[in-house]
Write a protein that binds this ligand. Structure first.
Ligand code: ASP
Length: 496
């Protein structure tokens, strides 16, 4: 599924309606204050939101939001768990229940919201991201610091924003929404016990920002695999977290690593360091690794990578400890549990745990995109083209032209663009995201390039992987002259 609606000026989809299943597991969002503090109250959340005008169109049966200014209506159902849980009381079986409920209702709904307590929300979000293999629908987990039953609360906004996101966009990931940010769930941690911005994602940017406009950062969103959803339940609970501190007692370490432990997240100092002046400490880790325990090194710092920069880090590698890159503890722990749940051999788990499975870690080398201006790239293209046979040349040119045209269009390089198109490139050819030169020129506000591309037959109605037209890009960038050009040229279905 591609994105259906976008940022500043969503396309009008009058009559269209999206269905969202809200899986309500518990948490502060639906609690009421009692004599022993906050406790979940069955039925309260559903009652509260249905009596709220933003969630319920009075002319419609229960569970329909009013139509948006673009005619989009969201139908939602609430599936309330019994009992409702404070998330501190949740276990791994609760993660599996949520995943199974999404699987059971997958074909009936376009998107899913999981209402959850904030305390362990980042663990559940991480676990779901691993268990929901081949996810191609939006899943958003959210909750609140103050229940919707209170006059001043953050629950209404968090749920409403999550519903709007889920009801308009296909973001095929497990996201965590809180306080105007949609994060990749397995990148988050709860970092504030009191504040309303309770979550952060220090090592990865937000997937969407909700302000006056909704800005989905599509360049950060994972592409769906195109395969059918498969739930791989987490069943292995022989995993644990060990946070080092100076002078960590040896006997505690030995006891901690004893069977049946299978996976450990070792939270180390700074960029992944541990003492290298305690041979008995390293020997205990080595013995555990040799027995098949997989130990993953993550940092105690909020931000940054683990790498063997110092000899303390190198000593850990020698002891069989695997580098966890920039994974959160929550992601590393649930990933270990997930990998061990499918009866993998420790060697296989060791190999996979340091690999990016669901966008939960960043490799050391930042992903690079080809650039038209990169001399080495251009030189190697030229060499390849001059040495290959005519058929090979045509095939290479066909594959490269779209990327080159997009680069030239983004840079405002009219001469370069003309050269490529005069050389036989199809102005409507799209790159790997199906973005055309016209998308790029429109997004950057290059009016002359837009005029030129329209004059050589570039179509203003073409849609990229996220279903965006060049006009959508121009609207998003606020490029009035380009908007006017494209509106003049667009066919009926690109009208915003
Ligand atoms: N203790 C609550 C929970 O995690 C806190 C919350 O929901 O914010 O369920």
């Amino acid at each position: 599924m591609a994105g259906t609606i976008l940022t500043t000026e969503p396309r009008v989809t009058t009559g269209k309606q999206r269905s969202v299943l809200i899986i309500y597991t518990g948490g502060t969002i639906g609690m009421r204050h009692g004599p022993r503090g906050y406790v979940p109250e069955p039925g309260l959340l559903a009652w509260t939101i249905r009596s709220h005008p933003a969630f319920q169109d009075p002319t419609m049966p229960p569970g329909f939001t009013p139509a948006s200014r673009h005619g989009q209506r969201i139908r939602y159902e609430i599936k309330e768990y019994d009992p409702l849980l404070d998330s501190s009381n949740m276990g791994m079986h609760d993660w599996v229940q949520i995943a199974r409920d999404i699987e059971r209702h997958y074909d009936e709904h376009d998107a899913f919201i999981v209402l959850h307590g904030t305390d362990t929300m980042a663990y559940t979000a991480s676990a779901l991201s691993f268990m929901l293999e081949n996810l191609d629908k939006t899943v958003i987990i959210t909750g609140a610091q103050i229940p919707v039953s209170e006059v001043r609360n953050d629950g209404v906004d968090n749920l409403l924003d999550a519903l709007i996101l889920a009801g308009h966009y296909d973001i095929p990931e497990v996201g965590l929404y809180f306080r105007s940010r949609l994060y990749r769930g397995n990148r988050t941690r709860k970092t504030d016990a009191d504040g309303l911005s309770a979550f952060s994602s220090a090592n990865f940017p937000a997937l969407a920002r909700v302000g006056i406009d909704i800005d989905v950062r599509w360049e950060h969103v994972l592409a769906p695999t195109g395969e059918r959803l498969r739930v791989v339940p987490i069943t292995c609970s022989n995993v644990a977290v060990l946070r080092l501190f100076p002078g960590f007692p040896q006997h505690v370490l030995e006891n901690f690593l004893a069977p049946p432990l299978q996976g450990v997240v070792l939270e180390t100092f700074g960029s992944g360091n541990a003492p290298d002046n305690r041979p008995e400490f390293l020997a205990a880790l080595r013995r555990a690794s040799d027995r098949g325990v997989v130990i993953v090194n993550t940092t105690q710092c909020d931000r940054g990578h683990v790498e063997a920069q110092y000899s303390g880090g190198a000593a850990l590698l020698d002891a069989g400890v695997v580098g966890g890159a920039d994974m959160t503890t929550e992601a590393a722990l649930t990933k270990l549990a997930f990998l061990f749940s499918s009866d993998r051999a420790p060697e296989e788990v060791r190999r996979l745990v340091g690999r990016d499975l669901r966008g939960e870690l960043t490799g050391r080398e930042p992903r690079r995109r080809f650039s038209f201006r990169e001399k080495a790239f251009v030189r190697s293209v030229a060499e390849t083209l001059s040495t290959s046979d005519p058929d090979g040349r045509a095939a290479i040119a066909g594959a490269l032209y779209p990327v080159l045209m997009c680069s030239a269009a983004r840079l405002g390089d009219l001469a370069g663009l003309r050269r490529i198109i005069d050389g036989g490139a199809d102005p409507n050819a799209g790159d790997y995201d199906r973005r055309t030169a016209l998308h790029l020129a429109a997004a950057e506000g290059h009016v002359e390039l837009v005029d030129y591309l329209l004059s050589v037959g570039a179509s203003p109605d073409t849609r990229d992987r996220w279903d965006h037209t060049p006009l959508d890009d121009a609207l998003r960038g606020g490029h009035a002259r380009v908007i006017a050009r494209l509106r003049g040229a667009a066919g009926t279905d690109a009208d915003a």
